[in-house]
Write a protein that binds this ligand. Structure first.
Ligand code: PGA
Length: 250
């Protein structure tokens, strides 16, 4: 049985006080004994202050939304995987479609980031997903397959520290989620691709769904055989709603 995972991707939202309030609220409400892995991914400056208020009994983990493709040096504005690790981060999102599209992150850059994150003992939430026109042209399986190439290049040991997030770009922030059937079909396909490398890892690897996942649709999505939880954007910004999504996973 794979453990369910619910990760909050706050994107470019929440000031320090708003972020601390939200985490305090979630920690006060969430059930200590649910077996859901819960991850909060705030902006960089909020990582350490949030780490300082994390209550270990409630098991929220800290994740970053990105890391640098460089290790250290003259890279103004960058934040490395080792710095993230040093402030208490345990996860990092890599390959989010917003990074791929708006910040021009290529497969090569993503591979460098993946390696640095894993070398620094961060677990990686690796995002894949097709655009709407690619789905309309029935290219979605091919697109996702090629996005998974980077993961197939990793060692089995590295791959054991990767979580895959399937996030169809047309569903992100649009209010139009993939149907449970569409998502399950892609998740099963992703597992098949990973199985071409190693069947045991394919069976164990968590695959999250992301894209307009909310308190209303999370239950049905999370019930699908190959959906192991969610990467939640806008619905993770509201305490009550994010709690409902955690409950849906437990
Ligand atoms: P959304 O974002 O839940 O707001 O659609 C998900 C994501 O981009 O990770």
């Amino acid at each position: 049985m794979r453990q369910k995972i619910v990760a909050a991707n706050w994107k470019l939202n929440k000031t320090l006080s708003e972020g601390l309030d939200l985490v305090n609220f979630l920690q006060s409400k969430v059930n200590e004994h649910d077996d859901v892995i819960k991850i909060i991914c705030p902006t960089f400056p909020l990582l350490y202050p949030i780490k300082e208020i994390l209550d270990s009994s409630k098991k929220f983990y800290l994740g970053a939304q990105n890391c640098s493709a460089y290790e250290r040096g003259a890279y103004t504005g960058e934040v490395s995987a080792s710095i993230l690790k040093s402030v208490g981060c345990e996860y990092v999102i890599i390959g989010h479609s917003e990074r791929r599209k708006m910040f021009g992150e290529t497969e090569e850059v993503l591979f460098q980031k993946l390696n640095l994150a894993l070398q620094n003992q961060l677990k990686v939430i690796y995002c894949v997903g097709e655009e709407l026109d690619q789905r309309k042209e029935k290219l979605h399986f091919n697109v996702v397959k090629s996005q998974l190439d980077n993961l197939l290049k990793l060692s089995n040991e590295q791959l054991q520290n990767v979580i895959i997030a399937y996030e169809p770009v047309w569903a992100i922030g649009t209010g139009v989620n993939a149907t449970p059937k569409q998502a399950q079909e892609m998740h099963a396909y992703i597992r098949e691709i990973v199985a071409t490398k190693d069947a045991d890892i394919a069976n164990a690897i968590p695959i999250l769904y992301g894209g307009s996942c909310n308190a209303m649709n999370a239950g049905q999505l999370f019930q699908q055989k190959d959906i192991d939880g969610g990467l939640i954007g806008s619905a993770s910004l509201k305490g009550e709603e994010f709690l409902q999504i955690i409950y849906a996973a437990s």
